[in-house]
Design a protein around this ligand. Structure first.
Ligand code: RFL
Ligand code: PHB
Length: 395
């Protein structure tokens, strides 16, 4: 088998990259370790920056988000049992974020790929990548017990945090920066109307962080901070809803509509960056190169901006015969990655209860939240990061 770009991973990074390359006439094959249904079963992100929605549009896959996405103009912050709104749009010249599930976005991208007749190899086992430091890279794997080889010009490592691509880079060529947080998020998806259909609610409470989000007017996504070693079985639906209510202001708590969970999972929180993001003819994109704690809703959006930079670079190489884009890819992507890392770390630190947090730390968090909602300078800084920083910065 032969292709121009071998993409490892059929998550949002890999699928979006495949679509953008295809639109530009660049041949690509995706190799994914799981089945398509498994990939769709992972409930993750829900908030898209405008840049991400624009990219879906550019890829010709925006029908779903245009029809079903819910535009948010504000976020709400709960602290000291009160709730205050931040007018994100008003503070950013009208920018918005859109609630549309990663599951739905992935489904749309998979459907578009199938319709275009592009090759995706699911259930590939023992995937390995070779010779990306030379001019003729290749990918090897097994499908139904049969060994396969895929020759290519470039490899895009879109295989997430636990993937094979980053792990295949020689140790001395990569630097990893990591911070692991001492708690997790317990997430519940339920077919109930969202408590706050016009805003995402972030709560700081003495009992720990909570978040109210949505997927549609009939499907909601809620999270509570939990100890990292808790098990999903420890959390009955009833315990979850009770804990959520206790972390919100009384008005919002009284309005929550509860129902049986249709998914419940615990996610660890981590900040991680691998530098650089290019090794010869191998490029890392999305979670394969970096992780943010989900507090700022940045993970999927960073994956999308990496893909924007990478697709432009590969198109420039293949069509315009210029290497400027691929040579600059890592630096360009990392500039935006580190800004989102900073924002996600800051918001996580501000909103969560850390083990050993005393009265002083809680008071300082509350003072900062009060400052945030009352100072236009501070709320503008939050807003411009939340809607997504520009794709390029002056260095
Ligand atoms: P993915 O989604 O992990 O996809 C990688 C794919 O690669 C496959 N794979 C392999 N394939 C072949 N060979 C191998 N050896 C392979 N190893 C792995 C995997 O099976 C998988 O299909 O990475 P990608 O595409 O870079 O996408 C990143 C996003 O999934 C992630 O950043 C977001 O979900 C993060 N995130 C959020 N991001 C946002 O922008 N907004 C949000 O509101 C938001 N909320 C969240 C989140 C992540 C969460 N969790 C569970 C970590 C909320 C949560 C709770
Ligand atoms: C979600 O809807 O899953 C979501 C929303 C906002 C976040 C993280 C996750 O910051």
């Amino acid at each position: 088998m032969k292709t121009q770009v071998a993409i490892i991973g059929a998550g949002p990074s890999g699928l979006l990259l495949g679509q953008l390359l295809h639109k530009a006439g660049i041949d690509n094959v995706i190799v994914e370790r799981q089945t398509g249904d498994y990939v769709l079963g992972r409930i993750r992100a829900g908030i898209l920056e405008q840049i991400t929605v624009d990219l879906l549009r550019e890829a010709g896959v925006s029908e779903g988000v245009d029809a079903e996405g819910t535009v948010h103009h504000s976020i709400e912050l709960v602290y000291k049992n009160i709730r205050r709104s931040i007018d994100v749009s008003g503070l950013t010249d009208g920018k918005v974020v859109t609630a549309y599930g990663q599951t739905e976005m992935t489904r749309d991208l998979m459907a578009a790929r199938e319709k275009a007749g592009l090759t995706t190899i699911y259930s590939a086992s023992g995937v390995s990548i070779h010779d990306f430091d030379g001019t003729r890279p290749s990918v090897r794997f097994e499908v139904e017990g049969q060994a396969k080889a895929l020759q290519c010009d470039f490899i895009a490592g879109c295989d997430g945090f636990h993937g094979v691509c980053r792990a295949s880079v020689p140790e001395g060529s990569i630097t990893e920066y990591e911070k692991v947080y001492p708690f997790g998020w317990l997430g519940v998806l339920a077919d109930v109307p969202p408590v706050s259909p016009h805003a995402i609610v972030y709560a700081n409470s003495e009992r720990g962080f909570a978040l109210c989000s949505m997927r549609s007017m009939t499907r909601s996504r809620y999270y509570v901070q939990c100890p990292i070693d808790d098990k999903v079985e420890d959390w009955s639906d009833e315990r979850f809803w009770n804990e959520l209510r206790l972390r919100l202001d009384p008005d919002l708590a009284s309005r929550i509509i509860t129902g049986p969970s249709i998914e419940k999972s615990i996610a660890p929180l981590r900040s991680f960056v691998a530098e650089p993001m290019r090794f010869g003819r191998l490029f890392l994109a999305g979670d394969a190169a970096h992780i943010v704690p989900p507090t700022g809703a940045k993970g999927l959006n960073l994956a999308a901006s990496d893909v924007k930079y990478l697709s432009s670079a590969l198109i420039e190489h293949c069509i315009e015969k210029s290497d400027a884009g691929i040579d600059n890819y890592s630096q360009r992507a990392l500039a935006r990655v580190w800004r989102a890392e900073r924002f996600s770390w800051w918001l996580t630190t501000l909103l969560h209860r850390f083990p050993g947090t005393g009265g002083f730390d809680q008071k300082v968090q509350e003072a900062e939240l009060e400052y945030l909602v009352n100072s236009q300078a501070a709320s503008r800084s939050l807003a411009e990061n939340y809607v997504g920083l520009p794709l390029d910065f002056a260095e």
